[in-house]
Design a protein around this ligand. Sequence first.
Ligand SMILES: C[S@@+](CC[C@H](N)C(=O)[O-])C[C@H]1O[C@@H](n2cnc3c(N)ncnc32)[C@H](O)[C@@H]1O
Length: 335
Amino acid sequence: MNATMVTDTAKHYPVLLNELISIITPQHGGTFIDCTFGQGGFTEKILSYENTQVIAFDRDLQTKKIADKIFRNYQGRFLFKNKKFSQLNELKIKNEKIKSIIFDLGYSLNQIKDPKKGLSFNSTGELNMQMGLNNFSAKDVINKLDAKELEKIFKFFGDEKEAKKIAIKIIRERKKRKIDTKVLVDIIERTKKKNFKTHSATKVFQALRIFVNKEISELINGLVNATKVLKKDGVLAVITFHSLEDKIVKYFFKSLSENKSVSRYFPKTDQSETLLKLTEKKPIIPSNKELEENLSSRSAKLRYAIKKSDFYNFETDIFEKFEHLIEIENLDQKL
Ligand SMILES: C[S@@+](CC[C@H](N)C(=O)[O-])C[C@H]1O[C@@H](n2cnc3c(N)ncnc32)[C@H](O)[C@@H]1O
């Protein structure tokens, strides 16, 4: 086997790094917001260029340690907030300053490997799946919601064909024994036909992670608030890892780059303007070289848009468009 073909799963690779840098151009300086700091890969790369400043967010409390190290090297140019990116607008950032805002969605290697987080179906122990700053865990979801509610989560967030059967089995099993990660995987494996391409539990685990971390409302609010904060000619760049995320980003960019994006409350003269400009309709995906080095980048998609206008009183129907998904996330009120 060719040595370069072996993926080093213990190493952290920021995905689509070169492609992102060529779009946001930190070489020319400016202030950037990294909404998903993670292990600091993007932030450090941006800070390595002179005259740049980064404001970074991450909801995972563990990331603070990495941020503190970077802070020592780039004092005065780096600000870190242990907050969710949906809270971006609470920072009171002056929007004429922000040159680019980036989102690198999904999970970092540190998080996947952390047994306490229980994000992977290979974990053992209690069900959890919290990224950070959560109000409930996967354990609450599996133990407190009814069969219909669990079915909805598995079906709409995981596209799981056997959602109903799995939900019913969970309800039956939880009366008899405690459901931890291993028991949940066992229930799924006993319900579904074996598929040799992907693990049987992949879809249910994805669905639970999305629900526990309210990823749909986080993403939609994050995109809306980022668009407000960005300056004219600024770039909004998003890397997604699953089709649901990509669908939301694609819709948001498309709808705001067509005429309907401008608020009806603006004078007629502004009506021909659109808020965003798309230069590429298709997403940017990892090169063969990147795939050889880091196989887990294979589902990454990068989309970006440029803000054309200084005003930000735009209208978006994104909340209505994805209302059915937001309603499912709101089932958390029962927990
Ligand atoms: C794929 S990692 C980012 C990796 C980073 N670009 C790097 O190069 O190290 C995604 C990060 O986003 C964070 N995250 C996900 N959703 C978030 C949210 N709603 N608010 C803040 N941080 C979030 C996760 O905790 C995780 O650390």
